[in-house]
Design a protein around this ligand. Structure first.
Ligand code: ATP
Length: 334
């Protein structure tokens, strides 16, 4: 049995996590789910958006499935997501974006974003002075090396052909320059079998909309990866389609790339696909690869049969879509 820490969180988090857990239960009985609090809902109950008990459970479990949290405007609160990424040393954020449904006027996309998850602009180190605010942006050789190595290792294991380093080293010469030089060094030594490409972040955003076939695996810094994975998700149909895995040497947390989407929370209309696919990524990570493939196939077959979610103009809400996926998995198993 594998122990899974489940963190539903805020907004649509609990709705999409419930769907993903139902799908996981339909495909395997190898998982044991243990629930914990995070986000504003945790703050309301225990006075912290990231209770110590939640971090303890995350450390003890084999992996975790997380929904979303609503960001706090309070300067006093560190983001619970940044906190668990830091405390568990989840240095890589893996975001595969692929079409599960063909949408008129949008090109096909099959891109894997590998985003540095621990530094860059996400240090939350912001200092006021009498003129404004200075934000610390940190790029280290060690963090750059381990994310580029991760991208190379992922690409080789998953039969990917090229890695594109996305940066802005024409302006941020020292920091992004360091990231690019680490990329060049490691691709020349450990990634020789792969094609090494480079692209400035602004033109990369345009190409992810107009010609996403130009990308295979992308490795990039924290903020660029956050923004570009949403751009790529838009090409694939929207934020409801992009799963995400936070990975470290020991721990892992899987989640949809989207946030808590308060505008649609409680309306039962959220697309659960991203969270269901995050569950499939978790199964891959736990070496339950057949089960992961079965989930992806069930999602694809649901869309192929015309059962579309509301975010892409269909009629299925969160539960209706999930029921179709679960039914296909149960039919496949019988
Ligand atoms: P946060 O501050 O928590 O990141 P946000 O609302 O700013 O939340 P997202 O939650 O990522 O950002 O969502 C942006 C918009 O995309 C939402 O307002 C919603 O309309 C849409 N959206 C996000 N996720 C989904 C989903 N799973 N299904 C349908 N629409 C979604």
């Amino acid at each position: 049995m594998k122990r899974i820490c489940v963190l539903p969180g805020d907004g649509i988090g609990p709705e999409v996590v419930e769907s993903a857990v139902a799908v996981l239960k339909a495909v395997t009985d190898e998982l044991e789910f243990e629930y914990a609090e995070i986000g504003q809902s945790a703050f309301g109950k225990v006075g912290s958006t990231m209770p110590d008990e939640t971090l303890d459970l995350l450390r003890k479990c084999d992996s975790a499935l997380f929904g979303a949290v609503t960001s706090s405007d309070s300067m006093a609160d560190a983001s619970p997501v940044l906190r668990f990424r830091k405390e568990l040393d989840l240095f890589a954020n893996l975001r595969p974006v692929k079409n599960y449904v063909k949408l008129a006027g949008r090109p096909s996309i099959d891109v894997v974003m590998v985003r540095e998850n621990t530094e860059g602009l996400y240090t939350q180190n912001e200092q006021y002075d009498d003129k404004g605010v200075t934000t610390l942006r940190r790029v280290t050789r060690a963090a750059s090396e381990r994310i580029v190595r991760f991208a190379i290792d992922y690409s080789l294991k998953n039969a990917r052909k090229s890695i594109c380093c996305v940066h802005k080293s024409n302006v941020l010469r020292a920091s992004d320059g360091l990231f690019v030089s680490v990329f060049r060094e490691l691709m020349a030594s450990e990634g020789r079998e792969l094609e090494a490409r480079e692209q400035l972040v602004d033109s990369a955003a345009m190409k992810l909309v107009n010609s996403p076939h130009e990308f295979d695996v992308v490795v990039t810094l924290n903020l660029y990866g956050d923004i570009l994975s949403d751009v790529a998700a838009g090409t694939a149909g929207g934020l409801g389609f992009a799963p995400s895995g936070n990975l470290g040497k020991v721990h892992s947390v899987f989640e949809p790339a989207h946030g808590s989407a308060l505008d649609i929370a409680g309306k039962a209309v959220a697309n659960p696909t991203a969270t269901i696919l995050a569950g499939a990524m978790m199964l891959d990570h736990l070496k339950l690869r057949n089960e992961a493939a079965m989930i992806r196939q069930a999602v694809k077959s649901t869309y192929d049969s015309g059962h579309l979610t509301m975010d892409i103009g269909g009629r299925h809400g969160t539960k209706g879509f999930t029921e179709h996926v679960v039914r296909r998995l149960k039919r496949g198993a019988s």
